[in-house]
Design a binder for this molecule. Structure first.
Ligand SMILES: [Zn+2]
Length: 73
C-alpha cells in the first residue's frame, strides 16, 4: 500500500517547514464521568482548520490551513 503524504502542498508560509504541523482536528471521543477516551477512527481537518507551525510558531495571516497551502506549479 503506498504511503500517503497528508501534508502534500502544505507548508509554513514564513519558514517553509513542512515535516510536521500543528493542526486542530475533528475527532470523536467518548466522554464519561471518568473523563474522555479517544475512539478508534480517523481525525479530519480542512482548509478552515486552525494551524500553527511548530518551528516558528506562525499561524499565517488567518491562522488556517488555507494560509499554509502552497500554490501548485
Ligand atoms: Zn514556520
Amino acid at each position: 500500500m503506498p504511503k500517503v503524504n497528508h501534508l502534500a502542498g502544505i507548508a509554513c508560509p514564513d519558514c517553509g517547514h513542512s515535516q510536521d504541523l500543528d493542526i486542530e482536528v475533528l475527532a470523536t471521543w467518548r466522554v464519561s464521568q471518568a473523563g474522555p477516551q479517544r475512539l478508534r477512527g480517523k481525525c479530519e481537518w480542512n482548509d478552515d482548520s486552525r494551524i500553527t507551525c511548530p518551528i516558528c510558531k506562525t499561524t499565517g495571516t488567518a491562522g488556517t490551513v488555507r494560509d499554509f497551502r502552497q500554490a501548485q506549479p
